[in-house]
Design a binder for this molecule. Structure first.
Ligand code: TXA
Ligand code: MG
Length: 349
């Protein structure tokens, strides 16, 4: 790709004519078949015109994404969902209560649009909460198909700097906005005929949030699930360059384990720790500590996880040890990403 435009957007000042002009230009690129990286509240997305088959194909090529892994279609307005998908009653309640939100609904397609859904009879739809993302879709005048803007298998990008090394030169434009407010990809849910919901990918909108609007949720493993689970979840995911191990145990045992790790001078060790542990190895060059957040602050941990994994890649550590987050509420999603990043490797202390 010949030239790439990198633009900085003031996300708090979108109605300013100067910012609008930049987004109009981005919208035009999308409309005409180009690729634009843009911020959302979850992670940065790699966007293309959802109606343009060859533009969508480019996304698969650039990411190295398996061709059976469908993409999410993003709309500016929840009302647009009804044009393209059948919306069961419980989905309607969820749309009314939450959207725009970090939430994706897998729904039956009405027509034959959206090749990005890989010949499934369903389409995954999302209305981002981030104002820049919604404005971009509105100005593009077409729905935007977008996966996370990482190469397949790598941690998702939560700030514009993460994207440069992987996608520079391969897309038409990168919109640099704020760091992503939430930091984990959207919750993905699908609907059984009998009104039961499957959580295909956990996220910031939790099981309890969905139950609060009267949803009944299939328990994982109770194969009430008729539809395929999100195909993306079966692939290797979120892996940092260095091997990652989760340390499961009390804080003092973790500190003890890491202190012993200090003796092995040959390695540059990454330590993804709770904020409370940050000072323990501050004086030691062998261990690079990055805070996931305070132990009881799951929202902060969600926001920091991918950013920390990307930072360890940048620093070129040889091995990473991570604390284990709580698994309730948003913690379910944090743990889901972390255990995949670790390829299931946990050390019980
Ligand atoms: O927060 C997000 O969802 C971000 C931002 C950019 O919007 N996007 C994102 O897209 O995470 P991606 O492609 O990285 O993940 C989409 C997930 C995959 O696991 C995919 O298999 C699943 O959604 N998916 C998409 N369409 C589906 C469908 N029709 N049926 C089941 N799963 C689907
Ligand atoms: Mg992804």
């Amino acid at each position: 790709m010949a030239q790439i435009e990198i633009i900085k957007i003031d996300e708090n000042n979108l109605e300013n004519p100067c910012e609008l002009k930049k987004l109009e230009r981005a919208g035009k690129i999308i409309r005409n078949g180009g690729l634009v990286v843009f911020p959302t509240e979850t992670v940065y997305g790699l966007g293309a015109n959802a109606f343009d088959e060859s533009a969508v194909k480019k996304i698969y090529e650039i990411k190295g994404r398996p061709s059976d892994n469908p993409l999410i279609v993003h709309f500016a307005d929840p009302e647009d969902i009804y044009k393209y998908a059948e919306v069961p009653d419980i989905a309607e309640k969820i749309i009314k209560k939450f959207m725009p939100a970090p939430l994706t609904l897998v729904l039956k397609k009405k027509g034959n649009e959206f090749d990005s859904s890989c010949k499934l009879d369903t389409v995954a739809v999302r209305v981002p909460k981030n104002n820049t993302a919604r404005k971009l879709i509105e100005l593009a005048g077409v729905p935007i198909t977008a996966p996370s803007a990482n190469l397949s298998g790598k941690p998702s990008p939560t700030n514009a700097a993460h994207i440069m090394s992987d996608l520079d030169g391969k897309v038409d434009m990168i919109i640099c906005g704020e760091n992503c407010e939430i930091g984990l990809e959207s919750t993905v849910i699908s609907f059984n005929g009998d009104g039961i919901i499957n959580i295909l990918r956990s996220g910031y909108i939790t099981r309890d949030d969905l139950i609060s609007v009267g949803a009944r949720i299939a328990r994982p493993g109770t194969e009430l699930i008729e539809q395929p689970r999100a195909p993306g979840m079966k692939y290797k995911h979120y892996s940092p360059d260095a091997p990652l191990y989760i340390l499961s145990g009390e804080n003092d045992r973790i500190i003890d384990f890491m202190s012993k790790e200090l003796c092995r001078k040959t390695k540059k060790v990454g330590f993804l720790c709770f904020a409370e542990m940050l000072s323990f190895f501050a004086d030691n060059k062998n261990i690079i500590s990055i805070s996931l957040g305070l132990k009881n602050d799951l929202k902060e941990q969600a926001k920091n996880l991918f950013s920390a994994l990307n930072k360890f890649n940048e620093l070129g550590v040889d091995i990473i040890y991570s604390v284990e987050p709580e698994k309730t509420g948003v913690g379910e999603a944090i743990y889901n990403r972390l255990i995949k990043a670790a390829g299931g490797k946990t050390i019980i202390l």
